[in-house]
Design a protein around this ligand. Structure first.
Ligand code: NAD
Length: 437
């Protein structure tokens, strides 16, 4: 069996590396030639724990990386993992996936195989039926369900645990018509992930499942963030003890109850906007989801209010932002709340210095000379008038009074409550903890 993966980003490269390391004859395709060159040499174009090791392992076996689409012609399975970003009005932008499936369709013309095409990219309901299927049939001059299989197969991995999640998903969703192709693909996944629940459903339900998951996770985060804002006004109240206890209730579960500066990253913000936009188009006012988004945006405003209460007008003030990656163990800054905070602080005339263990290069690509970058935490704090901890990197839990000794004003805003037990000799604000005024 030969497997093709189209789009070598976080999802595609994790899947490619995992399948190849398991010994599958695999071909990874991307339009970005530079990216392909790096990956072929065993260098992942982004940081993800265990990815490099898994990729190198795969390259020793039967893995080919290329920008040449014709290599998918003899594939039995073709996974599509290209990006589905948001457009300016928040709606999903399908232009990338439309191009990718058109190219796949053209190549299908030349194959005698009857491959199964699996769409892993996140797409709003009815995209498969109304857009992807017609593009594939038109360009291949073949029929879905007869000449090739078409399956919705949404991805649930999280960056920072992408390899583990790809090896051990919590569920496999297969959406499509009940054809021989569906039977074949079910068999493939049962063998690949024994003991993992496989949900077989139709396209539109599979598409909706992905949005259901992400919008629920976003709701959980905004819920705990709203509670954390209440706690902050109750002297002595501690959001972590509340979240921990809630998490022990099996009806609730402990994940995504970590209060902080709001959700960010390449999925939750864009998927929330896409779902709200989609619902609106079909006549549903998603009031709850809109409030979830609003609450999320308020978290940054909350941090800026604390900052302004402490140091007044922010013009020319030296602020250190600790962490720009949207979460620890990644260098991904797409839709990171820290990036949003930096933009707002720059608008107010503040001078920004940042530190991040992995994301400095990506941050430089975004801000260039507008801000300063330091490789050590101590250096980033020299002459600073306030430090804001944004990303929960474990490095920041090692901050002590000695680390902050060169700050001009010892003001710390800890949006992750990493230093609550440290007796830091500073004007210390932890988001979600109420202090006596
Ligand atoms: N990143 C995540 O955590 C995550 C998790 C679950 C689902 N998803 C979804 O999976 C999809 C991919 O996400 P990602 O973060 O891996 O995206 P990404 O932007 O990191 O990667 C997409 C890749 O596709 C390539 N590409 C673009 N057009 C192409 C074409 N025509 N042919 C071949 N390659 C092409 C790009 O060069 C890029 O390398 C999105 O729909 C996303 O919403 C992402």
């Amino acid at each position: 069996m030969k497997i093709g993966i189209v789009g070598l980003g976080f999802v595609g490269l994790s899947l490619t590396s995992m399948l190849a390391s398991k010994g599958f004859n695999t071909v990874g395709i991307d339009i970005d030639k530079e990216k392909c060159k790096k990956i072929s040499n065993g260098i992942p174009p982004f940081f993800e724990p265990d990815l490099e090791k898994t990729l190198k392992n795969g390259l020793k076996k039967k893995l080919q990386i290329s920008y040449d689409f014709s290599l998918i012609n003899d594939c039995d399975l073709i996974f599509v993992t290209v990006g589905t970003p948001q457009s300016a009005n928040g709606a999903i932008d399908l232009s990338i996936i439309k191009k990718a499936v058109a190219t796949i369709g053209k190549n299908l013309q030349r194959t005698k195989k009857q491959p199964i095409i699996l769409i892993k990219s996140t797409v709003v309901p009815r995209t498969m039926k109304d857009i992807i299927l017609p593009i594939l049939e038109k360009n291949s001059k073949k029929k879905a369900g007869k000449d090739f299989g078409l399956i919705s197969n949404p991805e649930f991995l999280q960056e920072s645990t992408a390899i583990r999640d790809t090896k051990f998903p919590h569920a496999v969703v297969l959406g499509g018509y009940q054809t021989g192709f569906m039977k074949k693909i079910k068999k493939f996944f049962t063998k690949l992930h024994p003991n993992t629940p496989i949900i077989i459903t139709n396209h539109q339900t599979a598409e909706m499942i992905k949005y259901a998951n992400n919008s629920f996770l976003a709701t959980k985060i905004s819920f705990i963030n709203q509670l954390s804002n209440i706690c902050q006004k109750i002297p002595g109240a501690n959001i972590d003890d509340i979240a921990k206890t809630m998490g022990l209730d099996p009806r609730i579960g402990k994940s995504f109850l970590n209060a902080g500066p709001g959700y960010g990253g390449s999925c939750l913000p864009k998927d929330m906007k896409a779902l709200i936009n989609f619902a609106n188009k079909i006549g549903i006012k998603s009031t709850l989801l809109k409030e979830v988004e609003k609450t999320n945006q308020k978290q940054i405003t909350n941090i800026i209010s604390i900052l302004e209460e402490e140091i007044g007008n922010l013009k020319t003030k030296r602020i250190t932002v600790l962490g720009t990656a949207f979460k620890p163990e990644t260098d991904d800054i797409r839709d990171s709340t820290s990036i949003k905070l930096i933009k707002k602080l720059l608008e107010k005339g503040a001078r920004i210095t940042i530190h991040d263990p992995k994301a400095i290069e990506n941050t430089k690509n975004m801000f260039g000379k507008k801000i300063k970058y330091k490789k050590s935490i101590i250096d980033s704090l020299i002459r600073s008038q306030c430090a804001i901890i944004m990303t929960q990197w474990k490095e920041y839990s090692k901050i002590t009074n000695s680390t902050i000794r060169h700050m001009d004003k010892k003001i710390i805003i800890d949006s992750r409550r990493i230093l609550t037990d440290k007796n830091i000799n500073a004007n210390y604000h932890a988001i979600g903890i109420g202090y006596d005024k």
